[in-house]
Design a protein around this ligand. Structure first.
Ligand code: ADP
Ligand code: 5RP
Length: 559
């Protein structure tokens, strides 16, 4: 009998990856990465010269289709498989990445009349121009004592779906009216492939104020604006399905385009970081997973519900049936290193790296590795705001301790360290609420790319960090869901746990704390925390709750 495979598609911030994974062994038979031709649109829309509002992060939905249309056939060709060896497809996506579509699921940005309106395009998770509106939503929800807020870290983020939709409602009423559905990009892809309208419980619960018990908060929506309340539910309709179920079957149109069998099971979508929990096979409640790339998400599973202020949310059944999944995050990590390397490195460094045939990242890592942890520079890593636990996209980065002699590698190392300190604040918040952390696993692109970074994290948190073998844990997780959607009768699995046992990726390497560095970083971390409080508190929602005589969260009292 020929081996069976599942396709996992991971839509990231800059690119999409298609993996073909053996359902019995987890072997990655082939992989294809497609960079999005339009990338992240921050300044002007294609063929238009009007500047977009600061903080815009839009995308062209055609780029996602490109990943399907090019990526799947190329990955299959590389794998050399017969299409009937594929048992299912799973999709994960960055979130909340949202687009308005018509009743045929066509994106409104494809309509010539809307081509020049930013509100008709995909708003990527890191689209941040909606600060004031989001603050108003939070104020309103807090005043109304909305129950759902407790499970979302007592916060509303600009990175979520509803603030992005309210932005369209208020600023582009014509587009809002003409939108048949606002779709998470993840659900859009799954709905296109299956020719159904399906929504995943995972993105809805973390990003759209929906929950299993109460559904959408319709009264809250009406309190924003009666017209919004009257219209929004119909634009969010679609069958809501749990992660781990089959969303539908590959339509004839897409089967033809992708050269796959008609009727192939397609899994309900999942957020990328959540998918990585499946891909790394984490099931223990005392293990924290860091999904490290452009940003970092800190994921934990637990059978108990704890409502933790400042995290991104806790949702039951979002990753594994019956289990609560916790998410917190840092909205820029690799992005900070990338911005520094691309914009601030002297030409002499780039030349030297080129001459040695290594990347500028590797060159800087080598130089930074020669520095002791005790150097005097400390950075704040808020170049894209602070997602957890201050929940403030307005916050900005800082560098303290510069002299006339500061070298680029010192700054690079300070940035690496600052993201580790920021991660430790999240760790301590989880722990303060009773989520014990005994093991730490790291996956995503960064752990494989920068060993110094991983050693610094290990020394800062003083817990060994296990690095997953695969850079592509989210795509593996998606493939696991594809195999689960297929069921045993088609060569897949009847439940996610069985699929995880066969397909999740092993640990490749473990970093251990170096005690001398642990002590140095302990001191430095205390200074980081002081800076964190001074620069963060004046802006943060914590101050707002203090002003209104509410108790801040225990974790915040401790810092
Ligand atoms: N050697 C390196 N050291 C530190 N950061 C790096 C290195 N190489 C790439 N990066 C950063 O890592 C990020 C890419 O991470 P990756 O996990 O591959 O992407 P994504 O988050 O889109 O899935 C980019 O932001 C890039 O600037
Ligand atoms: O908020 C998210 C998950 O809830 C985003 O998907 C994530 O932060 C972006 O991921 P990446 O850095 O891997 O592109």
């Amino acid at each position: 009998m020929s081996a069976k495979y599942s396709i996992g598609i991971d839509f990231g911030t800059e690119s999409g990856r298609v993996l073909v994974v053996n359902v019995n062994t987890g072997e990655i038979k082939s992989m294809h990465v497609e960079c999005y031709p339009h990338g992240v649109i921050t300044d002007t829309l294609p063929s238009h010269s009007n500047l977009l509002p600061i903080g815009s992060a839009l995308q062209n939905p055609k780029d996602y289709l490109h990943v399907l249309q090019n990526g799947i056939p190329l990955a299959l060709e590389k794998a050399g498989l017969h299409p009937h060896q594929i048992v299912g497809i799973g999709v994960d996506f960055t979130s909340s990445t949202v687009l308005p579509v018509d009743k045929y699921l066509n994106p409104l940005c494809d309509y010539p009349k809307y081509h020049s309106s930013p509100h008709a395009w995909v708003k990527l998770w890191k689209h941040h121009p909606t600060k004031n509106r989001t603050e108003q939503l939070l104020k309103l929800a807090t005043e109304r004592k909305e129950k759902w807020l407790n499970k979302l870290g007592n916060n509303i983020s600009e990175e979520w779906m509803i603030p992005k939709i309210v932005e369209v409602f208020e600023e582009a009423p014509d587009i809002y009216r003409e939108t048949e559905y606002f779709m998470e990009a993840n659900d859009w892809i799954v709905s296109l492939l299956t020719n159904t309208i399906t929504r995943s419980n995972c993105s809805l619960a973390y990003k759209s104020f929906w929950n299993e018990e109460d559904g959408f908060p319709i009264e809250f929506f009406s309190s924003i604006d009666v017209n919004f309340g009257d219209t929004i539910l119909s634009k969010l309709k679609g069958e809501i399905k749990n992660v781990g179920t089959c969303a539908g079957y590959l339509s004839e149109k897409w089967a033809d385009q992708l050269d796959l069998p008609i009727g192939l099971p397609v899994a309900t979508g999942i957020i990328d970081a959540h998918s990585a929990v499946l891909g790394t096979g984490i099931h223990h409640s005392e293990t924290l997973l860091m999904v490290m790339g452009t940003s970092t998400c800190h994921m934990m599973l637990n059978n108990k519900l704890k409502e933790i202020s400042g995290i991104s949310g806790v949702v039951k059944n979002a990753i594994l049936p019956g289990v609560y999944a916790y998410e917190a995050g840092q909205s820029a990590v690799g992005d900070i290193f990338g911005a520094y390397v691309n914009k601030h490195i002297p030409e002499t460094y780039s030349q030297e790296a080129r001459m040695r045939g290594i990347s500028i990242f590797d060159y800087l890592e080598e130089k930074a590795n020669q520095l002791p942890p005790e150097n005097g520079l400390i950075a704040l890593d808020w170049h894209n705001g602070n997602r957890s636990i201050l929940c403030n996209t307005d916050l900005v980065g800082a560098l303290v301790g510069l002299t006339l002699h500061t070298k680029p590698e010192e700054i690079f190392r300070a940035y690496l360290e600052s993201t580790a300190f920021s991660a430790r604040i999240i760790f301590e918040t989880y722990q303060n609420y009773g989520l014990n952390i005994k093991h730490v696993v790291a996956c995503g692109g960064l752990p494989q790319k920068n060993a110094l970074l991983m050693q610094i994290y290990t020394d800062v948190i003083n817990i060994p960090i296990q690095v997953s073998k695969s850079n592509y844990a989210p795509a593996i997780g998606a493939a696991i869901l594809g195999a689960t959607a297929a069921g045993t009768h088609s060569g897949g699995f009847d439940n996610i746990k069985e699929a995880i046992k066969s397909m999740s990726q092993p640990i490749e390497k473990t970093y251990y704390p170096i005690q001398k560095n642990v002590q140095s970083y302990e001191k430095k971390y205390q200074i980081y925390k002081d800076l964190h409080d001074i620069f963060g508190m004046s802006h943060s929602y914590v101050m707002k709750s203090l002003k209104s005589n509410k108790n801040p969260s225990p974790s915040l009292e401790n810092i």
